[in-house]
Ligand binder design. Structure first.
Ligand code: ATP
Length: 272
């Protein structure tokens, strides 16, 4: 049974102290079953926006996250569950991976501390699916960066969220695990109807694995649309400051080739 999730952002903002970091970001309703890439240069506000969507930082505007249950009556809507996977998950706790998974699962159900067999099986299945079952009894603070990243992802997935917010989720993974990661997320969103928004720097990953793209620049949403529409040489020049081409390889897959760093526009050009 597949639920359909929608997420719509209306005039979201984030302010740290006196500084307005995110300026009035609004999107159309993003529907489940998709992977959405959140792009933008360092400091553009990607993490801040994801944290604002997950209600981890305060700010103005509104996040509407709904799940329509196809088994229910015609208009059965519920609030969709949202989970955020941070960019860096340094952990000092003396927990092993399995214990951390139980803790994460139970954070969502604070009055039910008993772990039943179905939940144990679910945790084991999640660890197997991400090929980290062998780490179940390793101390979480002694994992490598890539192992920690996969455990972070497992902690998000074990809660079976409707909306996954992933902050540079493949930055520490080797090539095989990067591919495995995107295939896994693709299966998850297609079978569950969930929506995934992932902040990504690798534009070839964005072209290969995402359906839709949101582009942030200096805290503003400057472009959104299907990934193929959004990633153009003009956008790469204006947003990332590079001269680049988007060309199809022999398999027909578009790729970005970076040719040179573009000169910074002078202030009289009106650029940033
Ligand atoms: N807790 C905070 N307090 C004050 N300023 C912050 C805080 N977190 C982030 N910032 C600032 O907000 C801006 C946006 O940061 P953010 O981490 O959201 O950007 P990003 O697009 O995710 O960057 P990156 O690609 O480098 O991870 C930066 O200028 C950063 O210094």
């Amino acid at each position: 049974m597949v639920n359909t999730v929608t997420l719509e952002l209306s005039q979201l903002g984030v302010r740290y102290g006196q500084e307005q970091i995110i300026q009035s970001v609004s999107t159309p309703a993003l529907t489940g079953g998709q992977i959405v890439g959140l792009l933008g240069p360092n400091g553009a506000g990607k993490s801040s926006l994801l944290q604002r969507i997950a209600q981890l930082v305060p700010g103005q505007g509104n996040v509407q996250a709904l799940r329509k249950d196809s088994s229910g009556s015609a208009n059965a809507h519920a609030l969709a569950s949202i989970c955020y996977m941070p960019q860096d998950s340094q952990v000092q706790a003396r927990l092993n991976v399995y214990e951390s998974m139980i803790l994460t699962l139970k954070q969502a159900q604070p009055l039910h501390w008993r772990v039943d067999q179905t939940e144990h099986t679910h945790i084991q299945d999640t660890l197997h699916a991400l090929e980290i079952a062998h780490l179940a009894f390793s101390n979480i603070s002694q994992l490598s960066g890539g192992q920690r990243q996969l455990v972070s992802l497992a902690q998000v997935l074990v809660r079976q969220p409707d909306v996954l917010l992933l902050d540079e989720p493949t930055s520490a993974l080797d090539l095989r695990r990067q591919l495995g990661f995107f295939q896994f997320i693709r299966r998850y969103v297609q079978t569950s109807g969930a929506l995934c928004i992932a902040a990504l720097h690798d534009l070839n990953h964005v072209l290969a694995y995402t359906d839709y793209a949101l582009v942030l620049h200096a805290g503003e949403l400057i472009a959104h649309g299907t990934t193929a529409e959004v990633i153009t040489p003009a956008l790469l020049r204006d947003t990332y400051g590079v001269h680049a081409r988007v060309e199809r390889c022999s398999h027909g897959q578009p790729h970005v080739f970076i040719d040179a760093v573009a000169p910074r526009p002078s202030s009289s050009d009106g650029g940033t």
